[in-house]
Design a protein around this ligand. Structure first.
Ligand SMILES: [Zn+2]
Ligand SMILES: [Zn+2]
Ligand SMILES: [Zn+2]
Length: 365
């Protein structure tokens, strides 16, 4: 490989690492935010102002990449070889060189426009302004978000190296290299409109699912966020609003959900248990009515110690809770044996198996 090809490849790689910093690159500490830490300040303390500065820095650094390339070509003495790559009179080369020189100046001009009259034209400020109440300026909104971000309980998700989703108590933000999309949660409706599956390992064991969630805002611009489906529950719990899911979106089921489903199906096939006893709420969740009674119905075997025993407790558990209890007592390494395994009654410790769980006759399906 000739040295100029190696140089070109190397420079391409550097550009890629600067624009799209992967974890390996971030760990070397050579990212823009590390090198310019003092200028940027603290993200934790001044979230919005930090990202305003960072977006300006990003724009300027991106605009300098072609010019630095040309300067390096000259310094290393590759310019003549490079020149030949462009055929004819070298028009392409001149256009490239001219735009490379112009780019940083255009960027500087744009940055000047962004910072004028209290950053009025900065993309982040434009978004903030849309969320202002009548008499407030964008700084009031920025301070509100920064205060919430500082508090415990705000969470963030990263699905790629350049985009971050942040959820604070009342705000939802999508941070990109040059701007932040944001909305007050009370202004937003969220809808999962797509689920994409990726096979990560060749064994097919680990499939990752990403969800695209459309955020429709009454005041600010609409945007789309993308999260790993394992984070969905966290996001849903943190948001003040519920997330709609389009009917054709298929979520991955976790092992827990899959097991509970089979558990319930199996229990429904068992004989029912009729009673007119007064029953309290399920003592597991304190919400549902008790739905099951444990009573030995399986065949005993020769081996006494392995047999199920009778439970005389009154119905105290809903189907969900007894399913979760059953699962919690199983060996996580032996998932394929769970359905055939045994468990003990949470109250009297009588041994039961799946055949011994009866739905109450009063439970409606
Ligand atoms: Zn329950
Ligand atoms: Zn019992
Ligand atoms: Zn049994």
């Amino acid at each position: 490989m000739s040295s100029e090809v190696a140089f070109n490849l190397f420079y391409l790689l550097i550009c890629f690492a600067i624009i799209y910093p992967h974890e390996e690159f971030i760990s070397t500490g050579l990212t823009i935010q590390n090198c310019m830490g003092n200028f940027l300040g603290s993200e934790k303390q001044q979230f919005i102002r930090y990202h305003m500065k960072k977006s300006m820095l990003n724009l300027f650094v991106y605009s300098c990449l072609p010019l630095v390339y040309i300067i390096l070509l000259f310094l290393l003495g590759f310019e003549s070889e490079f020149f030949e790559l462009f055929t004819g009179s070298g028009v392409c080369w001149r256009i490239f060189a001219a735009s490379s020189v112009a780019a940083p100046f255009i960027a500087l001009f744009e940055l000047k426009r962004w910072t004028e009259s209290n950053h009025k034209n900065h993309p982040i400020v434009k978004q903030l302004t849309k969320c202002c109440n009548n008499n407030n300026d964008w700084e009031a909104v920025a301070s509100d978000i920064e205060n919430e971000y500082r508090r415990l309980g705000s969470i963030s998700f990263k699905t790629n190296p350049i985009i971050k989703i942040v959820v604070t108590e009342n705000w939802l933000l999508k941070v990109t290299p040059l701007t932040i999309f944001l909305t007050h949660q009370s202004d937003a409706t969220l809808c999962v409109n797509q689920a994409q599956n990726y096979q990560l390992s060749h064994m097919g064991a680990s499939e990752t699912q990403f969800l695209n969630i459309e955020v429709k805002c009454t005041r600010a611009d609409n945007f789309t966020i993308r999260i790993n489906s394992v984070d969905f529950k966290d996001l849903e719990d943190r948001l003040a609003r519920s997330i709609n899911i389009l009917p054709d979106v298929r979520f991955h089921k976790t092992v827990t959900e899959q097991f509970l489903e089979v558990f319930k199906q199996t229990v429904r096939k068992n004989p029912k248990y009729n009673t007119d006893m007064e029953l309290d709420q399920c003592i597991g969740c304190l919400q549902a009515n008790p739905q099951i009674k444990l009573q030995k119905q399986c065949q005993s075997t020769e081996n006494q110690s392995m047999n199920c025993t009778n439970c005389f407790c009154k119905p105290m558990w809903c189907l969900d809770c007894i399913g979760k209890w059953f699962m919690s007592k199983q060996d996580p390494e032996l998932k394929n044996q769970w359905l055939a395994s045994k468990c003990t009654c949470p109250m009297c410790r009588a041994t039961f198996c799946l055949l011994d769980v009866s739905l109450l006759g009063s439970v409606e399906e």
